[in-house]
Design a protein around this ligand. Structure first.
Ligand code: GDP
Length: 542
């Protein structure tokens, strides 16, 4: 956990009966909430399956993927995901391992920027970065890494696909350090790669985990352990690889700084593991190290001061999703518990509006199934039925006034116009537009003359495709979309009368005046001409 004292005044922890206090502390200490970041195809889905296999959360590896055939898939409610073979929604998968309660936040892994991914990372305490051993750090990894780094969350690295020809490992680590600006410390080391992959050397326990090829990862791979100096090892992996390993290990032990847990927690150092997810190799070792290294839920910065996880119940909404499944055509708000003990049916305040709410409709989601959640602890993700009050970044709490000051918000960078194919569908269109923009699928900007259809704004163009597909799928509305040449939006601020006098024609969904620009040059020019007006990348009153 991050140190509380550092960040200013701390919120009072309620005086609970001793048993409850002990229970709360115990549950917090055993929580690990993390997300996986990777470039598409590096193996995130495969690793997720294998992790769940160890957690006993699913019986058969394969039931998480969209390629799984008969088994229910967690994302088969959305056909665009199947068509493109990508996962667009984020949800949390929960499993137990070694006495720890692990929440794995599922982040979409596609080429595009997506606001959804970033928001999900706001609910994680650590991240696992998965790299393809042949490719090292790739574009999407870099972007997602930057978000983690920005939030200061610790990152672990798993280098996958060692059963295929890999880059030189020293070069791979150097590339990682240079591209990402983080110290990389291997905790295991691969012996060979591709057809010659023999296993990994555990640099901490000084043991060898031998790789045995098993039928396509359907069961736990057998792992035997030997000492590195065991002469038998030479016979097992071959004299050449044995000699290379001894040389590599000498180099690592001589030249690399030791693993520093504090630097890891500060996001300055990443421990690196090697393996093959498809062959279920290196996963169990990773998982058992992960639960020791990764932090439990820590304190969060709020408008009322730093809130330790032991404080009274507080949760924040990091994701909204309508129409989660065909069986449940309603809206779900995903809440991360930030502090205290959540009990279903408890009375809280929705702090943005001051409204009292009773949280009686709480559930977890797993595949198509919903399970009622009776209680939850810091780090846990709870799905709340959303009667339309929740927005992303909202807080529910036993303390009426607490808010989150720095929940990530995004300024759109691509803008589209759209036209309705069948104008008799206007009502359904407006409903879809309202709900999907509330979810944050896209942001909507309305021309104030009311004559034209709204502009849609997004961080990446894939969001438009998702919007279009979901409008059709869930609201039966077909639209055509055209990407415009606008690339900037600015919220106008300043003296009310001056802003009002300033020629403007577009506002956001809350009626705040905005202006769209085609280039930085346009923005600069307009700013120079109108020095009395502020042009802000986000609304001032968020
Ligand atoms: P994601 O896009 O990051 O979720 O990647 P997937 O888990 O879907 O994996 C992409 C492809 O790589 C799939 O065809 C996997 O079967 C394959 N794959 C995953 N892990 C390994 C591995 O350890 N070795 C090999 N050879 N292939 C793998």
């Amino acid at each position: 956990a991050r140190p509380v004292e550092e960040a200013g005044s701390a919120v009072q922890v309620p005086a609970l009966p001793i048993q409850e206090r002990v229970q709360l502390a115990h549950e917090i200490a055993r929580r690990r909430t993390f997300a996986i970041i990777s470039h598409p195809d590096a193996g995130k889905t495969t690793i997720t399956e294998k992790l769940l296999l160890y957690g006993g959360a699913i019986q058969q590896a394969g039931s998480v993927t969209a390629h799984a055939g008969t088994a229910h898939t967690k994302s088969d409610w959305m056909s665009i995901e199947q068509q493109r073979g990508i996962s667009i929604s984020s949800s949390a998968l929960t499993f137990e391992f070694a006495g720890r309660h692990i929440n794995l936040l599922d982040t979409p892994g596609h080429q595009d920027f997506s606001e959804d991914t970033y928001r999900t990372l706001a609910a994680a305490d650590s991240a696992l970065m998965v790299l393809d051993a042949a490719r090292g750090v790739q574009a999407q990894t870099e972007k997602l890494f930057a978000v983690c780094k920005n939030r200061g969350i610790p990152i672990l690295t798993f280098v996958n696909k060692l059963d295929r020809p890999a880059q030189d490992i020293f070069e791979l680590l150097e590339g990682l350090e240079n591209t990402l600006g983080i110290t990389a410390i291997p905790l295991t080391w691969p012996i060979g790669d591709g057809p010659d992959f023999k296993g990994v050397y555990d640099l901490v326990a000084k043991q060898v985990l031998l790789f045995e090829r098993v039928a396509r990862g359907k069961s736990r791979a057998p792992v035997s352990v030997k000492s590195v100096d065991d002469p038998e090892l030479g016979a097992l992996v071959g004299a050449a690889l044995h000699a290379k390993l001894q040389e590599d290990v000498a180099l690592i032990e001589g030249a690399m700084p030791p693993f520093d847990h504090a630097a890891f927690l500060a996001g300055e150092l990443t421990p690196v593991f090697f393996g093959s997810a498809m062959n279920n190799f290196g996963i169990e070792h990773f998982l058992s190290t992960f639960v020791e290294l990764a932090p439990a839920p820590g304190a969060v910065k709020t408008t009322l001061g730093v809130r330790p996880p032991e404080a009274g119940f507080t949760g924040f909404i990091f994701k909204l999703q309508a129409n989660m499944s065909r069986n449940h055509r309603d809206r779900t708000a995903f809440m991360r518990v930030a502090s205290g003990h959540f009990v279903r049916g408890m009375d809280v305040t929705h702090t943005r509006t001051g409204r009292k709410l009773r949280l009686s409709q709480a559930h977890t989601l797993f595949a198509q199934e919903r399970e009622k959640v009776e209680d939850a602890y810091p780090g846990d993700i709870v799905g709340l039925v959303n009667p339309g009050v929740f927005r992303i970044g909202d807080v529910v709490s036993v303390d009426a006034k607490v808010q989150l000051p720095d929940f990530p918000r995004f300024t759109p960078e691509v803008f589209a116009t759209m036209s309705l194919r069948d104008v008799t569908k206007r009502k359904a269109f407006q409903k879809g537009l309202d709900q999907l923009s509330e979810e944050g699928v896209v942001q909507v900007f309305y021309p104030t003359d009311g004559a034209r259809d709204p502009y849609l704004g997004a961080v990446g163009p894939l969001q438009f495709e998702v919007f279009q597909a979901r409008l059709q799928e869930e609201y039966g509305v077909e639209i055509e979309m055209h990407i415009t040449s606008y690339s900037l939006v600015r919220w106008l601020a300043g003296d009310d009368s001056q802003v009002a006098r300033f020629a403007r024609s577009v506002e956001d969904d809350q009626g705040r005046p905005v202006m769209l620009f085609r280039s930085n040059f346009d923005l600069q020019y307009t700013q120079d001409q109108n020095p009395e007006i502020e042009f802000l990348p986000l609304p001032k009153d968020l």
